[in-house]
Write a protein that binds this ligand. Structure first.
Ligand SMILES: [Zn+2]
Ligand SMILES: [Zn+2]
Length: 751
């Protein structure tokens, strides 16, 4: 059994389903078992203790820097059953990667004990588990007036609570967490030392007598929320900003202060079914121990303020996942907007001082506490079958690398939706979401968090991987490292990420539909068919490049792309009405400065602007997202699109959109025909390319479910094997993982 999320949802596995067990047959009376994987902080030692007692085994168990060590003594049959049960019955949050057994001379112990962790200089390879949502047992105690943890906001146990965000070092013991400053009271100590207790050796446990405290009474905080105030709330992996999700004025005020114009906000509620129509898969994801934000279809008349997710048929929902959230939701009695504690797309605030400074002008009050956050970790976001943001609840779970890295590699990632990735042997460790890497604060967070990650993994990088874009801060960082540098083209990295998560080492075709990324020819790519493997790629087809009028400005103002495409299509650029009337001036500037782009995202922008969906955007991808909403489920035949010599004429699609609009065809039907046209053109380009029968799909534009579904359907109908993302985001949040996979493959060729 893998991690329960995977079992429940059947996808979005935080960890690969790998459980290699190399168990020698040992016919001796004492054996030493070396257990590797996610085995610390998941109740593994108490589990082994119970197992030993049940099978009449003597000896000991302890954590060390490589995982867990067990010495077990007994008759051969009991030992065999015991060893098998260690794998078969492991606690739900554990991931046993390997058990190696060796025999050793009997010592005639009198019982079985949990030993303190030895301090050791061995390589640190033990893995810290992700943070886990409050379990049902703890929730029951929280609501029980007779329990000593009644309404205590920091309740946790072996099966739940903070892990990744509070662990400061391995082996994972209480002194190596941010709970080190809270000595256990005698009641907690009794639970901690009682093998029969649910809190036996649970490192972060606490109670009202000995544990962390809130900075403000809960009923006061809830009162402020009900009165329409904005609250900064210290959570698990950082600060959130919270307000009443049903209060239009409060939400509008939060948006204005946070400088977040139109990007949808997440809503925390114990009853997501009242706001959205949930599929069984979405329900399972929402309730799983990772508790991500799940994008689900908004229920008609859902009681949330319009400005929570303006114009969107989707809502980002999440359940309370810490006792504090449970209590706050219960006390406030309203769905709460819960959004990252930051301005715009900066990294989330974790330090109390920093939070006061950065959030002081946004929040009316602070609901804080005195348990420090050691690692930044934002909420994860999942849409349908793939993660949009892989963060809390999943990080730092390892991802597979089909070709093991011969040396440790740090992959620096992209610029937007920044993550980094550390490759160690056959595993890759993808960082939580950091935000957009375009401010000094973000760059600082990148370096700080990377240092913490390397420390946790006990890794000294011997090579770095980065994007080709010279202006990415991540690329700049990589180039400063004075280490062997592996440069990976942006869209090859997307393809490699998808190949790697499926364990593919062979050749495949890749359809990468993305915004913009630096190509090998100095133009911006993003509408690509590649023939590739983990090492290299060849560009076999692509969207025809069009000028990007004004560079970055064209990304913020889709009308510019519309004008450029209409001109390419030989259609008149509308002159009536702003902002198109600026076109003659912008067009002049193209003669001087016209970067070329083949980005699919830009084609979607152009069509959105032609259809009047959106002429300017306030966040990346907004126009394309709204175009997908407009198309909805409308049925339409695909628009025709010429392909010659591997060049896909996107302008043909824009011409068709223009002509149908002029002829008065409904806009939603036009949007649908355009989606089908893009899918059909790329499917045709794949089918013309000779070779591999496996196709990977990746890139930010393939978060569009209509596009993804149509493309997949067309390719599968031709008998191709189609792979899309399940473990890492199709967007730039997955780039660093792809870079790591390419670097590992290339370095192992030289090794
Ligand atoms: Zn619990
Ligand atoms: Zn206590």
């Amino acid at each position: 059994m893998p991690y329960p999320v995977a079992a429940a949802a059947g996808n979005v596995q935080p960890w690969p389903v790998a459980r290699t067990v190399a168990l020698e047959t040992v016919a001796v009376e004492r054996m030493r078992l070396r257990v590797r994987g996610v085995v610390q902080g998941v109740g593994f030692r108490p589990f082994v203790h119970r197992l030993a007692v049940r099978h009449g085994i003597t000896g000991f168990v302890c954590n060390d820097a490589e995982g867990v060590v067990i010495e077990a003594e007994g008759d051969a049959t009991s030992l065999e059953t015991f060893a098998a049960a260690i794998v078969a019955d492991a606690p739900p949050l554990a991931r046993v990667a390997e058990v190696v057994a060796t025999s050793c001379p009997p010592r005639h112990d009198t019982g079985f004990v949990i030993r303190a962790s030895p301090s050791t200089a061995a390589a640190l390879t033990a893995l810290i588990p992700p943070d886990v949502a409050t379990c049902d047992d703890c929730l029951r105690e929280l609501q029980d007036p007779a329990d000593r943890r009644y309404r205590y906001p920091f309740t946790n146990c072996t099966n739940c609570g903070p892990r990744f965000t509070i662990v400061t070092a391995v082996p994972y013991d209480r002194p190596s967490t941010t709970m080190a400053g809270f000595p256990l009271c005698s009641d907690c100590r009794r639970e901690y030392e009682d093998p029969g207790d649910r809190r036996f050796h649970a490192e972060p446990i606490a109670c009202p007598a000995c544990g962390p405290r809130l900075s403000m009474p809960l009923d006061e905080a809830a009162g402020l929320l009900r009165a329409g105030r904005i609250l900064a709330v210290k959570g698990l992996g950082g600060y959130h900003l919270a307000c009443d999700a049903t209060d239009e004025e409060a939400v509008a005020r939060l948006r204005a202060r946070k400088l977040r114009d139109e990007k949808p906000l997440a809503v925390m509620t114990p009853d997501p079914g009242s706001l959205a129509v949930l599929t069984p898969e979405e329900s399972a994801l929402l309730r799983g121990p990772a508790r991500p934000i799940v994008l689900a279809r908004r229920r008609a008349g859902a009681a949330v303020a319009a400005s929570v997710a303006p114009g969107s048929p989707w809502l980002g929902l999440l359940l309370p996942y810490t006792p504090l959230h449970h209590l706050l939701c219960h006390e406030a009695g309203i769905p709460l907007v819960l959004t990252s504690g930051n301005r715009s797309d900066e990294p989330i605030a974790i330090d109390d001082e920093d939070a006061r400074q950065r959030l002081g002008e946004i929040a009316d009050a602070f609901l804080s506490h005195d348990r420090p956050i050691h690692r930044r970790c934002e909420d994860s976001v999942v849409r349908a079958a793939f993660p949009v943001r892989r963060s809390r609840g999943y990080a730092p779970g390892g991802l597979p690398l089909p070709v093991a890295a011969p040396v440790a590699v740090v992959a620096a990632g992209a610029q937007l939706k920044s993550t980094f990735c550390v490759a160690r042997g056959a595993e890759a460790f993808l960082s939580p979401h950091l935000g957009d890497l375009d401010s000094e604060a973000a760059y600082r967070a990148f370096r700080t968090d990377l240092a913490l990650y390397l420390d946790m993994l006990g890794v000294e990088p011997a090579a770095v991987a980065c994007d080709l874009h010279p202006e990415y801060l991540s690329t700049g960082w990589a180039r400063e490292q004075e280490l062997p540098l592996v440069e990976v083209q942006h869209h090859h990295a997307h393809a490699a990420a998808c190949l790697a998560e499926h364990g593919e080492t062979g050749e495949a075709l890749a359809v990468i539909l993305d915004g913009t990324g630096m190509g090998t020819d100095g133009t911006l790519w993003g509408g690509e068919v590649l023939r590739c493997d983990l090492v290299s790629f060849e560009r076999v087809a692509h969207l025809e490049a069009v000028p990007l009028p004004g560079g970055e400005a064209a990304i913020r103002e889709p009308w510019r792309m519309a004008a450029a495409y209409l001109e390419r299509a030989g259609r008149p650029v509308p002159v009536e009405g702003r902002p198109f009337e600026r076109w003659p001036v912008v067009r002049e500037s193209l003669k001087v400065n016209a970067p070329l782009s083949s980005g699919a995202g830009r084609l979607f922008d152009a069509v959105a602007a032609v259809l009047g969906v959106r002429e300017r955007v306030s966040y990346e991808g907004q126009a394309a997202i709204e175009l997908e909403h407009l198309a909805g489920d409308a049925r339409a035949e695909p628009y025709e699109c010429g392909i010659r010599g591997g060049v896909i004429r996107g302008a043909d699609l824009v011409a068709a959109v223009h002509d149908d609009l002029a002829a008065g065809r409904p806009r939603s039907a036009i949007a649908a025909a355009f989606h089908e046209g893009v899918a059909s053109a790329f499917a045709a380009a794949v089918l013309t390319a000779d070779g591999p029968r496996t196709v990977v799909l990746s890139g930010g534009s393939l978060q569009n479910l209509r596009l993804l579904g149509s493309l997949r359907g067309r390719l599968e109908a031709e008998g191709l094997r189609v792979l899309s993302h399940r473990l890492v985001p199709p967007n730039d949040g997955g780039i660093s993982y792809g870079q790591a996979a390419v670097a590992a493959a290339r370095l192992s060729q030289c090794a």
